[in-house]
Design a binder for this molecule. Structure first.
Ligand SMILES: [Zn+2]
Length: 352
């Protein structure tokens, strides 16, 4: 269905009371909606990656509609358990955040706490131990800051073509060259941070100032300990934000991730979220072997009792979604009208 037509239709259905009818139905009561968020902008990140970052006022509006709509926001584990036992409250919704960025701590968590909503954070842990920005993301962000420019060739940074920052594709090619160059030289995290600093210098960006703002950085150990002791549920997202196609490497990602979460929060993490929403059928066996009891994807849908616990769908909320579209998913209508469920599994570089 064409998007504008769908938007008009959703508004119509909402004003006719169809959303309310669906939200109160027995059909909806037998389903759990899991919301998926990534980042909440500290500054202008939502303009850079609209699919990944939401401005804080949009999050506030979403939380407000959960409260005003009388939705039962349940913890992830509790919601899944009650779905299984048939005791799910009406209008059940679970809230999840992927990655565990610093902006969750600064922007999302205080708002969630004000509403008293439980939340699960799928925490990738490598950058929690390393106090600098996620390499590929900060490079992409800085290049976007200089969109519209064409730079000189800079082989010293591993960029052997004319960096044209006027298009998304041009900027992506530069990021790709930087990632490849870092991989060829087998750079460690601190070395990659030096490379990002050199790129900043080339672009005329004050890297130290950018770092001080904690843009595209993860929560540190102290922040994680604090929110966990406040009741935030910290779960698995792999240590280096990757799912290697090799049994032992894949399992090492889970173990490294779990060991750190256990150390910082005191809790045994058993729920997983596929980094970048990428999954393969053989991952499920490896996850079971690692005692993982649930795993969420970025595929769209409501969770039912017959959903595979290791392939749970979610609703990925972005600023591209209108308020009516968001409310259609809360009510269940969005699920009934969904015509594309499987998320695009594009190659996304590792965050390490
Ligand atoms: Zn992620």
């Amino acid at each position: 269905m064409l998007r504008p037509i769908k938007r008009v239709m959703l508004q119509l259905l909402r004003s006719c009371g169809v959303f309310e009818l669906a939200a109160n139905s027995r059909w909806r009561q037998q389903r759990l909606l899991i919301l998926c968020y990534h980042g909440i902008s500290l500054e202008d990140e939502h303009l850079w990656r609209p699919g990944l970052y939401l401005p804080p006022d949009v999050l506030a509006q979403r939380l407000d509609s959960l409260k005003k709509g009388g939705y039962s926001v349940v913890g992830l584990s509790d919601g899944l358990e009650r779905l299984r036992s048939g005791t799910l409250p009406a209008r059940s919704v679970a809230i999840t955040f992927d990655d565990g960025t610093y902006d969750f701590y600064r922007q999302a968590y205080p708002r969630l706490r004000a509403f008293g909503f439980p939340v699960t954070v799928y925490q990738t842990t490598y950058y929690t131990e390393h106090p600098y920005p996620v390499f590929n993301l900060i490079c992409s962000y800085m290049l976007w800051k200089r969109r519209g420019e064409v730079l000189r060739e800079c082989p010293e940074l591993g960029i052997n073509h004319l960096p044209d920052l006027r298009s998304e594709l041009g900027r992506h090619k530069v990021v790709r060259s930087l990632i490849d160059s870092a991989a060829r030289k087998n750079m460690s995290g601190p070395h990659k941070d030096e490379l990002a600093a050199k790129l900043a210098q080339l672009l005329g960006i004050d890297y130290e100032q950018l770092k001080a703002k904690r843009i595209l950085q993860l929560m540190n150990e102290q922040e994680l300990r604090q929110i966990a002791s406040d009741g935030v549920d910290i779960q698995l997202h792999s240590h280096r934000h990757r799912t290697p196609d090799d049994d032992s490497l894949f399992r090492r990602e889970i173990r490294d991730n779990r060991e750190r979460i256990q150390r910082w929060t005191g809790a045994d993490a058993t729920h997983f979220c596929y980094p970048s929403g990428v999954y393969r059928s053989h991952f499920l066996t490896w996850l079971r072997d690692e005692r993982v009891v649930s795993a969420t994807t970025c595929d769209a849908g409501l969770v039912t009792r017959s959903s595979d616990p290791l392939l749970l769908p979610r609703f990925v909320d972005t600023q591209g979604r209108t308020q009516a579209e968001f409310e259609s998913w809360l009510s269940g209508i969005g699920d009934l009208l969904a015509f594309r469920r499987v998320a695009a599994q594009a190659y996304v570089p590792d965050n390490h």
